[in-house]
Design a protein around this ligand. Structure first.
Ligand code: TRP
Length: 454
């Protein structure tokens, strides 16, 4: 398994190890919390269609590009670009990635904190007998309570830091291989319960029947942002992970399997949520609260709901944890490699500074509710900017780097394991990273932000 001590650069021990750790990074709150509410806000089926197209045409190529860069340089993002393109400004991508990691961790760990509150509520049977409206009020009241969300957030940051400092990460990843399949099983059970609810059909129609009149420049940008966010691409997380992949592993099949698993979990989350949303008359545009209102409603309609609820929120917290460690890793690796800090010092320094921002994010409905910019609170601002701006920008430069600087021959060597693999997809992939992906990202980006109108 991975040993993330950069001084003894180790590699993932087995193929399943790479996939488990990378999937652990990709699968998390992005799939189960963010995906359903973003789909709900942006009109359902048509959004899903655009999202899937972006995963295939842009997401997988960007992921492969990050692996190629990381494994070829054997360094984390900033150092990798300095090594592969000495004296060139490409290293700025690495710095932007550190910035994005900062912002993502601040609000992501806040949501991870909400899952801890929901474990706590599951234990004390806090959902039983509550109507969807009451569950919605419960969620709002919790978020508006200034202290509780902040305390859970700090606890989660502490947990993440502890895992990054101590070697237990290996252990965590060993357990992820068992725990994530259990999460998958629970999700499937939830899907079955949801689709057999009376009135479930409307939810499935909403999720799968595209109504393209609901799509506009902004929703397309949000689909791209969600694809990047969910796959953990665009900020170098997977450059770092790529640097730990063994030289004889197949980078392309790893990228495809991880993307497939990630997309499967997101769609299952959608199938669990939307039928219930329609069956119980919950507002599909319930924003960040959607999952936290809908799932407790479903649990109450199931035999053994108490245990399912408890187990589900515990596994969701674990899924979030395998993602937060991958985000913190980017910042820590930068501090270790560039500021020559010890790993422990770097982790503490990174955690404390991210926590300052995170306290504001977690308190965005409480202490800091009046702190808004462009109509968004700090949480919303971090969420929007990181996913829809920084990650696509990072992705743009990552594919451009492979397509226009690193070049076909170097890429063939790395992705083709020095000739051991045929890598027949290479011409198509090079065409995508040179033209299709950068042009598509640029158009979606400029149009979505209203900088250029088509
Ligand atoms: N992909 C993770 C999720 O869906 C979140 C995440 C982890 C992430 N590492 C990242 C997002 C890097 C963007 C970039 O929950």
């Amino acid at each position: 398994m991975a040993n993330f001590d950069v001084s003894k650069r180790d590699s993932f021990g087995s193929k399943i190890g790479v996939i488990a750790a990378t999937a652990g990074s990709a699968i998390g709150l992005g799939n189960i919390w963010r995906f359903p509410y973003v789909v709900g806000e942006n009109g359902g089926g048509a959004f899903l269609f655009v999202y899937l197209a972006f995963i295939l045409a842009i997401g997988i190529p960007v992921m492969l590009s990050e692996f190629v860069i990381g494994r070829s340089a054997q360094l984390s993002p900033y150092g990798a670009f300095k090594k592969l393109a000495p004296g060139r400004p490409w290293f700025l991508i690495g710095i932007m990635g550190v910035g994005a990691a900062f912002m993502i961790l601040a609000f992501y760990a806040a949501v991870a904190g909400w899952t801890l509150e929901y474990i706590f509520q599951s234990v004390k049977n806090g959902f039983t007998g509550k109507s969807p409206d009451e569950l919605s009020t419960m969620f709002d009241e919790f978020r508006q309570d200034s202290l509780r969300p902040v305390i859970w957030f700090l606890l989660f940051m502490g947990l993440t830091a502890w895992i990054v400092i101590s070697g237990v990460r290996k252990g965590i990843e060993k357990y992820t291989k068992i725990l994530m399949p259990i999460l998958l099983v629970i999700l499937v059970v939830l899907c079955i319960r949801a689709v057999t609810l009376p009135g479930a059909g409307a939810g499935l129609t909403f999720l799968f029947k595209p109504d393209f009149s609901k799509i506009n420049a902004e929703t397309i940008l949000k689909a791209l942002g969600q694809a990047f966010f969910s796959l953990s691409i665009g900020m170098g997380t997977l450059i770092t992970y790529g640097s730990y992949i063994k030289k004889n592993d197949n980078l392309a099949t790893t990228a495809v399997s991880v993307s497939f698993a990630d997309t499967l979990i997101a769609i299952l989350a959608g199938i669990a949520i939307f039928p219930a949303v329609f069956a119980f008359g919950i507002n599909p545009g319930a924003e960040e609260g959607l999952v936290f209102i809908t799932l407790p409603t479903i649990f109450q309609q199931m035999p053994g709901g108490y245990y399912f609820s408890l187990l589900f929120f515990m596994l969701l917290a674990v899924a979030a944890l395998t993602s937060t460690i991958s985000v913190l890793e980017v910042v820590v690796a930068y501090f270790v490699e560039e500021l020559k800090m010890t790993r422990k010092k770097a982790t503490i320094f990174a955690t404390l500074s991210i926590s300052v921002l995170g306290i504001v994010a977690a308190g965005s409905w409480g202490w800091f509710e009046n702190l808004t910019l462009f109509g968004l609170n700090i949480f919303g601002l971090l969420n929007f900017t990181s996913a829809n701006i920084l990650l696509p920008l990072g992705g743009f430069f990552i594919v451009a780097f492979i397509g226009w600087y690193f070049g076909k021959e170097e890429t063939r060597k790395e992705a083709g394991n020095e000739g051991a693999l045929k890598a027949r997809y290479l011409p198509v992939y090079m065409f995508i990273v040179k033209f299709i992906a950068p042009i598509a990202i640029a158009l979606v980006f400029l149009n979505g932000l209203g900088i250029v109108k088509f």
